[in-house]
Design a protein around this ligand. Structure first.
Ligand code: ZN
Length: 456
């Protein structure tokens, strides 16, 4: 039984899947953009369809498993279903083609889409309340060379990550980082690789800054605006339609802000104006960009605004970068005593770390047998379902730009490795060192850190 729970006793007219009774989870679908009456009619009709139970269980199980994506690949043979949980794709046992098709018809009908259309791109958005949480799900289907691909993107309406601690930032780093955010006459750069949670870190960084005594104003492209943040006054420019960035910037200054929140420094002119506000009027600025580590981010910022580079580096006070790893399940993680050789390899001085932790991952079902081939009962952790991990966290690197660092960056701008080397000699902790610290605190595993270091 792949989908749904088996019922102890069949109860007459319950829907069945492959001849087995299933209990349907209470998942209501509210499609965006369809009038209520019409949506109700579509729902009532959908409940009568043979694919309804599989369709509902597919999404309900994904949410229960904390998946944020469901991918369904249809080919002549059937439908391969995958859930993405904590950034890792898990393949479910495949659905045969009729079962997979029947489930997809249900969704397309509920969304008012054309079930017969299997090539052109179709999309819809729906809301649902499940497990006492409001969810928003984006649905897309489109033809691909081998068949059709369907993607569900599942998001919570209210973000659950609220603090730098939730993100996994250690206390001492939080203190330094807050010092940078709450400083003055400087630029703080927040960075990270694409698809590694940078928008979340940006939001939480701004939420962590002291906005009660100082006025924070942002300047954002309307076409690409960030979600609202309490006590950050948002301003938008709209090239070709509304204000140009240049006009908008002067309007913002009329508000006499203390901190200029700049998701991008936009262009050379705006960068120059921001620098002028910092140098002449004691303002502070926070900006961001996509980059693989703190040194990369610094070089990228300086090379994007070449003419202003010398002035930027003078006021750049700190650069944050991050990568995501899975958090060990605190219910089943296992301590182990690292050997002296391992500690040496990790660069941890002897006696500093007594224990590290590893995930509990049960053997696959086919290996759960004794020497005689009898099935062995293995207890699977109820919290993580035998994944060994529960949720994700960021490993951060925070590069403090002091005068020594500034000189090294200016001297070796074309040689990032030389800058990294210099930073390390000056006590900066890079991803590897920060990752090992997180392992020593029992937050993640060495395997996750290895995987993180290998990813680019
Ligand atoms: Zn567990």
């Amino acid at each position: 039984m792949v989908f749904g729970k088996k019922k102890a006793k069949p109860a007459g007219d319950q829907p069945t899947l492959g001849g087995e009774e299933i209990v349907l989870p209470p998942l209501e679908i509210k499609t965006a953009g369809i009038p209520k009456d019409e949506a109700q009619g579509l729902m009532i009709a959908a409940r009568q369809l043979p694919g309804y139970p599989v369709a509902i269980v597919l999404v309900a199980n994904a949410i229960s498993a904390r998946a944020d994506r469901i991918l369904m690949d249809y080919s002549a043979q059937g439908a391969v279903v995958r859930y993405r949980i904590d950034g890792v794709w898990e393949t479910l046992p495949p659905l045969d083609r009729p079962t997979g098709d029947a489930a997809l018809v249900v969704y397309k009908k509920v969304f008012g889409l054309n079930p017969a259309e299997r090539r052109a791109k179709q999309d819809a958005k729906f809301a649902t309340n499940f497990k006492e949480i409001d969810w928003v799900v984006n649905f897309t289907s489109a033809g691909v060379p081998n068949g059709e691909r369907v993607l569900f993107q599942i998001d919570t309406k209210k973000p659950t990550i609220k603090t730098l601690s939730d993100l996994g930032m250690r206390d001492a780093m939080q203190e330094s980082f807050r010092g940078m955010l709450n400083g003055d006459k400087g630029i703080v750069l927040i960075s990270g690789p694409a698809g590694q949670g940078l928008p979340t870190t940006w939001r939480i960084s701004l939420e962590s800054a002291d906005k009660f005594v100082r006025d924070f104003v942002s300047m954002e492209n309307k076409a690409d605006a960030d979600p609202e943040i309490i006590n950050v006054f948002q301003n938008f420019f709209e090239p070709g339609v509304g204000d140009t960035p240049e006009a908008q910037f002067e309007k913002i200054l009329l508000r006499q802000p203390d901190v200029l929140v700049m998701p991008s420094l936009i262009n050379s002119y705006i960068t120059d104006r921001v620098l002028d506000q910092i140098n002449q009027h004691g303002k502070h600025s926070i900006t961001r960009l996509v980059a693989n580590d703190a040194v990369d981010a610094t070089i990228k910022l300086l090379s994007t605004y070449k003419t202003e580079a010398k002035e930027i580096i003078k006021v750049l006070s700190g650069v944050l970068n991050q990568r995501l790893v899975r958090r060990l399940c605190d219910r089943c993680k296992q301590p182990f005593q690292p050997t002296p050789q391992l500690l040496q390899k990790l660069g941890i001085p002897a006696g500093r770390v007594q224990k590290l932790f590893q995930p509990t991952i049960p053997p696959p079902p086919e290996q759960r047998v004794d020497a005689k081939g009898n099935q062995i009962e293995i207890e699977i952790c109820k919290k993580c379902n035998g994944r060994g991990y529960f949720g994700r966290m960021a490993i951060f690197e925070l590069l403090t730009i002091d005068d020594k660092m500034r000189q090294a960056i200016m001297k070796s701008a074309g040689n990032p490795d030389a800058i990294r080397q210099f930073a390390k000699q000056n006590g900066h902790l890079g991803f590897q060192e920060e990752g090992i610290l997180a392992c020593a605190l029992g937050m993640t595993s060495l395997q996750e850190i290895q995987k993180m270091m290998a990813s680019k």
